[in-house]
Design a protein around this ligand. Structure first.
Ligand code: SF4
Length: 381
């Protein structure tokens, strides 16, 4: 297995829009967590008959991603112990230059000591949950940092030796919050991150945001605002030298996320930790989402897998179609019927680059409709 994801479920508190399976904790049970993940690893192949030996080492690992939740809530020595044990099992690729190890971090967890310790532990990429540079917006989101912490965190990471820093931002926030999206983009770019991930706000059931909307305290995000801010981001980031290589992700040259690119090119990956997903090219498995249920299962020597689905040829073809169109790899021209291609180009939804058909920003705004258009024609990649 060349791509490993490790899910860390702990957060200080729940953000207003988040429905992830998190465990809100003031004190993170770091030792129990690390033990549980390593225990899950030893159980692979014994409790899950579908697993192959390659799932638990053997190949040279190319990317390792600590996501969450808030992985930066783990004490640095727990992160170090976890990475050391994982790399004992999964050999890192022989070229350290191409081995990408990402830590998702919240700005308030970045201190000179933690940043140096992460670097020593082998982390070489940090994805910061910035979300906005406006304190009112951050409070509305129930984030636990203020705007000044974002710049402080980026500078601290740089001093510790990190040059591969990504910032997450959320857009399409309801109008009454009066968020200035252009200002946030400018402030983010002024920090010169290598990479930016932009996510449109969505309303998930059983979140504070869904409750606010249902009682009329705030309006629902709307499609017009989403489209307007999405297109604004494309123009702005292009001017700052970023290239959108995927519908939600933009990077400076040479700084695409290798881990996420593996997902988007349909490669196999292994996920460890509660709620983590794995994919071997045909079977998708996902772990028990709740931390306590996960911990009890692996402690008792049971599989952490909650469920799995075996993808049919049709589902795999549909996934390939989505994945191709959502990234700048695009579709082979031969997979796009001539009448569709002419119509889509006429609307400005795709460009033809050599033998590939690649979505424009306007095309990415209607990705579902484009895929549905093709699948209704009975075509696939
Ligand atoms: S920090 Fe991330 S995972 Fe945790 S509650 Fe907020 S959005 Fe969800």
């Amino acid at each position: 297995m060349k791509h490993l994801y490790v899910h860390v479920p702990f957060c200080q508190r729940r953000c207003s829009y988040c429905d992830f399976s998190i465990a809100a904790r003031k004190r993170v049970p770091a030792r129990e967590y690390v033990d549980a993940v390593l225990r899950e690893l030893t159980l692979l192949g014994t409790t899950d008959p579908g697993r192959e030996p390659g799932d638990v080492g053997g190949e040279n690992l190319e990317t390792l991603y600590l996501g969450g939740g808030t992985p930066s809530l783990l004490p640095p020595d727990a992160i170090s112990a976890l990475l050391t044990s994982l790399l004992d099992v999964f050999r890192a690729t022989s070229s350290r230059a191409v081995f990408e190890v990402t830590l998702e971090a919240n700005p308030e967890d970045v201190t000179p000591d933690s940043a140096r310790a992460w670097r020593r532990a082998g982390i070489n990429r940090v994805s910061l949950g910035a979300q906005s540079f406006d304190n009112r917006v951050l409070q509305w989101m129930h984030r636990s940092h203020d705007a000044t912490r974002i710049g402080d965190a980026v500078r601290t990471l740089r001093v510790a030796g990190f040059d591969n820093i990504s910032l997450d931002l959320i857009f399409a926030i309801p109008a009454e919050v009066e968020r200035d999206w252009a200002r946030d983009l400018d402030l983010a770019c002024a920090l010169l991150p290598a990479h930016l991930s932009l996510y449109g706000l969505t309303v998930e059931e059983r979140t504070p945001l869904a409750r606010w909307i249902s009682r009329g305290a705030t309006s629902a995000p709307n499609d017009e605002r989403y489209a307007e801010e999405y297109l604004l981001a494309h123009g702005r980031l292009a001017a700052y030298g970023y290239h959108f290589y995927e519908v939600s992700n933009a990077a400076r040259h040479g700084h695409r996320s290798r881990h996420n690119s593996a997902y988007w090119s349909g490669r196999a990956y292994l996920g460890l930790g509660p709620a983590a997903h794995s994919f071997d090219g045909r079977v998708r498995r996902w772990n028990l989402p709740a931390w306590e249920a996960y911990r009890r299962a692996v402690a008792a020597g049971r599989s952490a897998v909650d469920a799995e689905e075996v993808l049919t040829e049709e589902q795999l073809a549909l996934e390939r179609l989505y994945l191709a169109l959502r990234s700048d790899a695009g579709l082979p021209r031969s997979a796009c019927p001539a009448d569709r291609l002419t119509a889509w180009r006429g609307e400005g939804w795709v460009d033809v680059q050599g033998e590939r058909v690649v979505c424009t920003p306007e095309g990415w705004l209607r990705l579902d409709a484009l895929v549905s258009d093709l699948t209704n024609l009975g075509r696939a990649v």
